[in-house]
Each structure stands twice: as C-alpha cells, then as structure tokens.
Write a new protein. Structure first.
Length: 85
C-alpha cells in the first residue's frame, strides 16, 4: 500500500451532476453522506450508506479519487492507493 496518492492526474475541475446520490435519487432511496468523483462529477453515497454507490462507481470506472461534498468537510480519498489526497 502506498503512502502517497499516485492518481492526482485524474483530478479534473468538475461540478456535481446532482445535489444527491445519482442512483438513490433515481430509485427513491436514501443515503448517509455524499461523495463526488473528481474525474467526472458523479455523486454517490458513502460506504456508511446501504447502497455504497460512490465505491460502486469506482469499481465500474476506475476513477480513483473522490471528495466529500458534505458541508464543512474538505477531504479527498484515493481508492487505489487507500490514502487521503
């Protein structure tokens, strides 16, 4: 496991596609916290949510880095290197 993220080249200037989890909004489901993909702007629910759509998006796309979009939170996470960015 790396101690440094090696995927920062995947970070793009993106805006969130929605103001909630994209998949949960479509199905009428709920979420706990929201994460935004910094490669494409997809918004998914966190791993504390039952559907874990942010992680599912990573597995489907290999977009490595997410950012919390929760008020007052300012952090990024790399799924591949398992480190804060």
């Amino acid at each position: 496991m790396s101690t440094k993220c090696t995927h920062t080249d995947q970070i793009h200037h993106v805006a969130p596609h929605t103001h909630g989890c994209e998949e949960c909004l479509k199905t009428g489901d709920s979420w706990v916290h929201l994460r935004m993909c910094l490669s494409c702007g997809h918004v998914g629910c966190c791993d504390s949510s039952k559907n874990k759509h942010a992680t599912k998006h990573f597995h489907a796309t290999n977009h490595a880095i997410i950012q919390s979009v929760e008020p007052g939170e300012d952090w990024k996470w790399c799924y591949v290197d398992q480190v804060m960015v």
